[in-house]
Design a protein around this ligand. Structure first.
Ligand SMILES: Nc1ncnc2c1ncn2[C@@H]1O[C@H](COP(=O)(O)OP(=O)(O)OP(=O)(O)O)[C@@H](O)[C@H]1O
Length: 304
């Protein structure tokens, strides 16, 4: 597990990262989200040692992260750093060699990755001749080629089309399933939502929430339900303890009033959602009744 503990970093008057702590667990994909300027890149740079923290620690497998440990990390920086005139494969092999791989291994791992990332046919072209999306795939190959123990990726999906997102996503999942902790930042919340196991939400340099995606959805979602009946569902608004959020003919979405608990939360007490369901059954057909979990975008709006 990679542990970030009480990390702070200021630039002059600006406190870019303020007492930030979170874990990136082995074998899990952790999405790192926050508004522009909230401190994601600064935190990632501190993890990588590109930037020193003013205070706080970063540890990997319970040991402080030193320069030699960082050699075994894979990092995709926000500012992309490929040599435009160098050929794709040559460049990735070169970076692999810098990480200490022998020539044959560097060669083999480069070509495997270019295949997986679906840019193998551009292996002998100079990087500058590739589209930005394809350059991005090469950048990802460069971050992964030395088979890193930990992956830290700053916006790995920006500028990728949906097909490329799927390809990169599969490559990262594969790395996670082999045990690497993967921390990636992204503004594409629907991608993060689909891809991550865990989440760290940062706001103004501080962690606003962290934990597993499913836990956060349960924690931050108001108790909300969707009911679909056979005819008009307008009567739902008259049930005590219920606040109608959306009504579309036979479909009603409702929250429980503030301070009202769902059934089972307070032992034995049936919640107002049970009254809705019972009333629906008495009135006729119930097509569906289910809790609604908030999307990451909704949680984000609430926190950031
Ligand atoms: N080298 C620097 N010098 C001065 N201020 C900096 C420097 N790097 C970052 N900052 C400031 O620190 C704050 C956090 O920036 P950071 O780049 O970490 O945010 P971010 O969450 O990665 O943003 P984005 O989503 O836009 O990439 C911002 O106010 C930024 O202007």
């Amino acid at each position: 597990m990679l542990q970030v503990r009480s990390v702070s970093r200021s630039f002059g008057e600006i406190r870019a990262v303020d007492d930030v702590s979170f874990d990136v667990k082995s074998g899990r994909m952790t999405g790192f989200v926050g508004a522009n300027g909230s401190g994601k890149t600064t935190t990632m740079r501190v993890i990588l040692g590109v930037l020193a923290a003013d205070s706080g620690t970063v540890s990997w497998k319970d040991r402080p992260v030193t320069q030699s440990v960082r050699q075994r990390f894979g990092y995709m920086p926000e500012e992309r750093g490929l040599y435009p005139k160098m050929k794709v494969a040559e460049q990735v092999i070169y970076l692999a060699r810098l990480h200490g791989l022998d020539r044959a291994t560097a060669h083999r791992q480069t070509h495997e990755l270019l295949e997986q990332l679906d840019v193998a046919e551009r292996a002998d072209d100079p990087v500058e001749q590739l589209s930005l999306g394809n350059q991005q795939r090469v950048q990802i190959a460069a971050a992964l080629v030395h088979d890193p123990e930990v992956l830290i990726l700053d916006e790995p999906f920006s500028g990728l089309d949906p097909l490329a997102i799927e390809i990169v996503l599969n490559v990262l999942r594969d790395r996670a399933s082999r045990g690497a902790p993967v921390l990636f930042s992204s503004h594409q919340l629907e991608v993060v939502e689909r891809l991550c196991d865990d989440l760290v939400i940062i706001s103004n340099g501080a962690v606003a929430a962290s934990g597993s995606r499913d836990q956060l959805r349960t924690r931050f979602g108001p108790p909300r339900y969707e009911l679909v009946v056979g005819d008009d569902a307008g009567w739902v608004r008259d049930i005590p303890g219920v606040r109608l959020v959306e009504l579309d003919g036979a479909r009603a979405v409702f929250d429980l009033d503030d301070g009202t608990e769902a059934a089972g939360v307070v032992s034995g007490a049936p919640g107002p959602e049970q009254a809705v369901l019972q009333s629906a059954v008495e009135r006729g057909t119930v097509r569906s009744f289910s809790p609604v979990v908030p999307s990451l975008a909704e949680i984000f709006k609430e926190l950031v």
